[in-house]
Design a binder for this molecule. Structure first.
Ligand SMILES: Nc1ncnc2c1ncn2[C@@H]1O[C@H](COP(=O)(O)OP(=O)(O)OP(=O)(O)O)[C@@H](O)[C@H]1O
Length: 478
């Protein structure tokens, strides 16, 4: 029965009892008001504790994290840290369940109080002969019809208050402005091999408060200061279809420079251009199609070999996959896996060696057929056989493409058409291997400490010819 009809009937039966019942209405808002604030605070604390525990588990239970814990960490301290967080969550959950329970009991109590009042006042009126006993019972029943929707409404208000705590966190994520935004009218790139240019590029990593949320971090407030310039006024041009090696001491900014080409970050000053177009004027899809990257850690998802490869080209057939695997010199390995292309690899799957992982990621790049390839060579030493296999795979992958290789191996710097030397974020030298050695500057010093092999310092080692690079037929997309 609608509330208005119930009220009308009640008024007609006894205006005194109905008025008293209405006077009790504000009491229904009281539990929601008291509990609402308390539950909101509890929910906020619970959400913060959950995210802290999830972050801890993600770090500690990943393969590298678990290895680190096993090697260095104190198991007692790790267990204490985990237990402390889990216990805090348990306490908060118990407190919020008890609070919700108390809220339901408080509402039931208010409702029972109102019914008791009706019987009390009604009984008195019945005894004095103002109304009949039957009317009192009818009024008590009607009162339930009046209070039930109110009880539900108060409960909904509480649900709403607690749901808003979840929304607060979602909105915080949605409100974080993206660092890199897609242009409204993207430019198209010309066909064929493309040059890559850096024009007076200066770059500093964004401040933590621009890339993270305070509520998701252990620190209550994040640092708002921007970092130091990692790259300063860097300018160079990589000619279409040529191989450029990037060398420099650790921390010079080589990886940072490489991430600006696929626009993982935007430059602060200057511009990065591919095929004459500023990367800020290209769509994300064009950048993804044009630039291929093989990183040092050669990450593979916990999924099948097939799924890891088709990430680069979802339309690829098995024949395409085997072709790419053959060219990356890793087909033999995949064939020997228990379920071939369907073998699960990655952290929790079939574990592959560093060299094998790198060749699989090279196969992924071959499948994507990017016109610009960026490669961060593995620093770890591979054995002679693995090194030769990776080298062959690289020669194949870089053929006919504009390539920038962060070089850690002698073979690569020698094969490069040009070498760029980066020191403390500045480009200090560029030229061919022989010219830079003859100049006896920063490259020559680096070469003697990082690249040269004992027999090589005297110039006794013959220089292998650079791989012959011809435009790759596979590059031309239909
Ligand atoms: N995501 C990041 N946020 C803030 N600073 C960073 C980030 N990544 C790197 N840096 C800083 O930028 C500088 C250059 O690092 P980068 O990794 O580019 O050097 P690198 O020459 O590639 O070194 P390496 O040869 O050891 O890999 C370092 O001082 C580093 O601390």
């Amino acid at each position: 029965m609608p509330v208005a009809v119930t009220l009308t009937v009640m008024f007609r039966l006894s205006w005194q009892i109905t008025a008293a019942a209405l006077l009790l209405l504000p009491l229904f808002l009281l539990p929601a008001r008291v509990m609402g604030g308390r539950l909101t605070a509890l929910m906020r604390q619970t959400a913060a504790c959950h995210s802290s525990l999830t972050a801890l588990m993600t770090e500690r239970f990943s393969a590298p994290g678990a290895g680190l814990v096993k090697l260095f960490a104190d198991p007692e301290a790790e267990s204490t840290g985990f237990t402390a967080r889990a216990t805090r969550i348990k306490e908060l959950e118990v407190r919020s369940t008890v609070s919700q329970f108390l809220f339901v009991i408080a509402l039931a109590l208010v409702s029972a109080l109102a019914v008791a009042l009706v019987y009390g006042l009604g009984g008195y009126l019945a005894v004095t002969g103002t109304i009949r006993a039957g009317t009192v019972v009818t009024l008590a029943l009607l009162l339930r019809e009046l209070y039930d929707p109110l009880t539900r409404l108060a409960g909904t208000r509480l649900d709403l208050i607690t749901a808003l705590v979840g929304f607060e966190r979602i909105l915080e994520v949605l409100d974080l402005p993206p660092l890199v935004t897609e242009p409204a009218h993207p430019k198209q790139l010309p066909a064929g091999p493309l040059p890559v240019e850096f024009d007076e590029v200066t770059f500093a990593y964004p401040a933590p408060d621009q890339v993270s949320l305070a509520s998701l971090e252990d620190a209550a407030t994040l640092d708002t200061r921007g970092g130091e310039d990692v790259l300063r006024k860097v300018s160079f041009r990589i000619e279409p279809g040529t191989l450029t090696a990037l060398v420099g001491p650790s921390g010079a900014g080589k990886s940072t420079l490489a991430t600006l080409i696929p626009r993982l970050y935007d430059t602060d000053h200057g511009s990065v251009r591919i095929g004459g177009a500023d990367v800020r004027d290209l769509s994300f899809a064009t950048l993804r199609r044009t630039v291929g990257m093989v990183t040092q850690d050669s990450h593979l998802f916990h999924d099948t070999v097939r799924a890891n490869l088709t990430l680069a080209d979802p339309e690829a057939t098995d024949e395409d996959l085997w072709h790419a695997l053959r060219r990356a010199r890793v087909d033999g390995l995949v064939r020997s896996l228990p379920e071939g292309l369907d073998t699960v690899v990655g952290e929790r799957g079939h574990r592959l060696s560093g060299g094998e992982r790198q060749r699989l990621t090279i196969a992924r790049v071959l499948l994507a057929r990017p016109r610009v390839v960026i490669l961060d060579e593995a620093t770890a030493h591979l054995d002679a056989h693995a090194e030769a296999a990776v080298q062959e795979a690289l020669t194949e992958a870089l053929q006919g493409r504009t390539a920038l290789v962060i070089a850690h191996r002698l073979a690569t710097v020698r094969a490069a058409d040009r070498i760029l030397v980066l020191e403390a974020g500045e480009l200090v030298e560029s030229g061919t291997h022989d010219a830079l050695l003859a100049a006896d500057g920063a490259y020559a010093r680096l070469y003697r400490t990082q690249f040269a092999e004992p027999a090589d310092i005297g110039g006794a080692v013959s220089v292998p010819a650079p791989p012959h690079r011809t435009p790759d037929a596979a590059l031309t997309r239909p």
